[in-house]
Design a binder for this molecule. Structure first.
Ligand SMILES: [Zn+2]
Ligand SMILES: [Zn+2]
Length: 295
């Protein structure tokens, strides 16, 4: 589905890699049916289907400012050895680059690749296989990593085979090519785009804020994986390795952006992936923002 989100002078489009319906209990194993059923009123039809499955995807946000083309997170990538992890990620073969080209974005046209965190579904297309070697996919782009995030994963890689593999086939090729910039967690990328610290899901996780002509938006990364988590920020999330830290990161995010009118763009939320967070009793709800969506 083609979606264009307008934020002042900035546009954001999505390139899908994988679209997955997931069950509520898979996302939040401790959730009860009674508790979650009442969220269907605002989740359906964009973020939950008629059968109750959450609509989620792995996608890149293509951010076009007046002066730069930026990609926020680059999915899983083709041909990656991911046996032992999430089976859908193993040896993917999708037309991701063709879909990017359909938005007028060739690999050479990308100025920046921003990474919310170093997980396998967020930096995979940073490198692609060519002649048996992993080489940078976006040969001109500056690849922006929060320094604490990169240093954390390099520090644990010797004991974690999957992490070592991810760094080797996705991250280090751009580092070795001199295309990586390691920055602070509040780094300003351009007049409209900056990083915001949001550790929890991972130790150096960042969100991406976009502001133009008085309109503010934020890209979630994996602070949450589905809008349903606005209603249950404290429930342990299956995809947070450190459950306490993940919940604390979610609470901080909701306190910063809830009831502010900020457009919230979900890195795993189904199309159109954008909404606003408002107070709902003791927690929050998420309402799709069709007013900023074209297409
Ligand atoms: Zn993640
Ligand atoms: Zn993710």
């Amino acid at each position: 589905m083609s979606v264009l989100i307008r934020i002042g002078d900035v546009t954001v489009e999505r390139v899908d890699e994988i679209v997955l319906p997931t069950s509520v209990r898979w996302m939040m194993p401790d959730a009860t049916r009674e508790e979650t059923a009442r969220c269907s009123e605002w989740l359906k039809p964009h973020f939950q289907n008629a059968d109750g499955f959450l609509l989620q995807s792995i996608h890149t946000f293509v951010v076009k400012t007046p002066t730069a083309v930026m990609l926020v997170d680059t999915g899983v990538g083709n041909g990656k050895e991911r046996s032992g992890g999430i089976p859908q990620f193993h040896h993917l073969n999708t037309p991701y680059l063709e879909n990017l080209a359909a938005l007028g974005v060739t690999p050479e046209a990308v100025d920046y690749v921003l990474c919310t965190h170093i997980h396998g579904d967020h930096c995979g297309w940073d490198a692609r296989l060519e002649g048996g070697r992993w080489v940078p996919t976006f040969p001109r782009a500056r690849h922006i990593f929060a320094r604490p995030e990169y240093e954390y994963w390099e520090s644990v890689a010797p004991e974690q085979e999957a992490t070592e593999r991810l760094l080797a086939d996705s991250v280090r090729p751009v580092v070795q090519a001199g295309l990586a910039d390691f920055v602070g967690v509040d780094h300003v990328v351009s007049p409209e785009v900056r990083l915001v610290p949001s550790h929890g899901h991972t130790p150096g996780h960042v969100c991406i804020e976009i502001e133009s002509r008085g309109v503010r938006a934020v890209i979630t990364g994996d602070v949450m994986h589905s809008p349903i988590q606005c209603a249950f920020p404290d429930l342990p999330a299956a995809l947070d390795r450190d459950k306490e830290a993940g919940a604390a990161g979610r609470r901080a995010f909701l306190a910063r952006y809830g009831d502010t009118g900020t457009l919230v763009l979900g890195s795993h939320f189904g199309a159109p992936s954008v909404g606003r967070i408002t107070r709902d009793g003791a927690a929050w709800r998420f309402d799709v923002a069709l007013d900023v969506v074209e297409g």
